[in-house]
Ligand binder design. Structure first.
Ligand code: CTP
Length: 451
């Protein structure tokens, strides 16, 4: 019996796939089809496959052409499969010509002409979404660049002046917003009221209550509202959260994160800093993300301790936010005028998780135990700092109505609440305020401090 094997994603099954399978089958007596797993596709850069592995397998099976199906999960698996199943012929479309010649050491390799004029990418692009961009920053540039990797997502107009917002909304299906955090609420609300999906840079708003209102508005209108917090979409970080929630290190006792970047603020006046994001707005959301995702949004108490810029009393060069929960604590350090090790450590009753700097864009983490022989290391491909996955998820949620699960609305609201409290001076202690160099006195330096 002549055994043939072929592999593919087979997303949104089309006649190009069917013709390929029929010709592969005709090469022998028994056809095995390897369907790529979601992880394997992501690792090789196919990030916005629409259908799940189960759906794709079901569709290929229903054709009745394949005699057997298997899942392709890792690089190099083809050699293993060919040996294990005693394969005579490996067949694949001509778009792969030359790429699998190395398999000639194990079986015959046949490249079948690809059917012209159809592909899964084309079908995915039919449901396109035009994304308008608001704001000027490297974040906006990265969104524009990464959108190029997501089939169906088209960058439309881009504006830097809010006066052009109406026109942008008119010409877009969805908007990405990067503005001063205190402007986010109005811009998001207006977009939702105009029937546009929204991807908004974090923090979504400066008040917890605003977030609840905006999410309710989005839901009523059947629109997607997502906080653009890229770390949540990086595969390594998302897997780490799932592992820890599954009890991998026992009960979580402490979550400690640090995120800093060096910026030159020496000699800057308050007006020079007025359009800059302070540390808590810029880094706070990412720093707080693992605390709220692992310990929940409902802490018992918190304390923010900040060191302000000498001439800008609301511009924190460094902040430390400490959260107390029933049985755990969280601690976040953020800064734009300090430098420290940007790591994430999660302490548990059985072991701990260690994510090296810069943890917010990592492809690696380690689970460590008392006995180092039990330590486990995990690697996941990180494409585009998580932005690419974030855009793919946004598109799927907007066009295919898939649920958005990476950032829970309660987490978005909790982040907004902390930043809002900082601005209001609640739970805030300002360092150096006894000798207030900002020209104030102890009272205004620590205004709102609750103890
Ligand atoms: N194939 C084909 N003719 C097409 C499309 C695909 O012969 N028009 C073949 C591929 O060469 C491969 C198999 O079908 O051998 C599975 O391909 P897959 O990558 O799943 O399909 P594509 O439509 O190429 O998907 P994408 O656009 O996501 O790359």
């Amino acid at each position: 019996m002549k055994k043939v094997i072929t592999y593919g994603t087979f997303d949104l099954l089309h006649y190009g796939h069917i013709r390929l399978l029929e010709r592969a089958k005709a090469l022998g007596d028994y056809l095995i089809v390897g369907i790529t797993s979601e992880d394997f596709d992501k690792a090789r850069g196919k990030i916005n496959v629409t259908e799940s592995l189960a759906e794709r397998m079901e569709a290929v099976k229903a054709l009745g052409i394949a005699d057997e199906l298997l899942v392709e999960e890792y690089e190099g698996q083809k050699i293993d499969d060919i040996r294990r199943y005693g394969i005579d012929i490996f067949a694949i479309g001509s778009d792969w010509r030359g790429k699998f010649d190395y398999l000639r050491d194990y079986c015959e390799v046949v490249y079948l002409d690809r059917t012209e004029g159809i592909s899964s990418s084309d079908i995915r692009s039919r449901d396109r979404l035009v994304l308008g961009l608001v704001g000027a920053s490297t974040n906006v540039d990265k969104i524009a660049r990464e959108a190029g990797f997501v089939n169906g997502l088209e960058i439309g107009r881009s504006i830097t002046d809010e006066r052009d917002y109406d026109e942008l909304l008119r010409d877009s299906d969805a908007v990405y917003i990067y503005a001063r955090p205190e402007r986010h609420y109005d811009l998001v609300k207006k977009a939702l009221e105009s029937g546009r999906h929204v991807l908004c840079e974090t923090p979504l708003s400066m008040k917890k209550a605003d977030c609840a209102e905006l999410f309710a508005l989005a839901e009523e209108s059947g629109l997607v509202l997502m906080e653009a917090i890229k770390t949540a979409f990086s595969t390594a970080y998302a897997r780490l959260v799932l592992l820890l929630k599954s009890g991998k290190i026992g009960e979580i006792v402490s979550v400690d994160s640090a995120c800093t970047s060096m910026e030159e603020f020496e000699g800057a006046e308050e007006k020079d800093l007025s359009d800059k994001w302070n540390s808590i707005s810029d880094w706070g959301p990412i720093g707080m993300l693992p605390v709220f995702q692992l310990l929940g949004p409902d802490y018992i108490e918190k304390r923010i301790t900040s060191r302000m810029h000498p001439s800008a009393p609301r511009f924190d060069l460094f902040s430390r936010i400490d959260f107390t929960y029933e049985n755990a604590v969280g601690s976040v350090r953020v800064g734009k005028g300090v430098k420290t090790e940007g790591e994430l450590v999660v302490t548990g009753t059985k072991g701990y998780a260690y994510v090296p700097a810069p943890w917010w864009k990592t492809d690696f983490f380690e689970i460590r135990y008392e006995n180092p022989a039990e330590n486990q290391r995990y690697f996941y491909q990180l494409e585009g700092e998580g932005i690419r996955n974030m855009l793919a998820d946004f598109l799927k949620a907007a066009v295919h109505k898939s649920p958005q699960t990476r950032v829970e609305p309660q987490v978005t609201a909790a982040i907004a609440g902390v930043i809002g409290d900082f601005c209001a001076g609640k739970d805030l202690r300002i360092l150096g305020s006894r000798r207030n160099h900002a020209g104030g006195n102890e009272e205004n330096g620590t205004s709102g401090e609750n103890s």
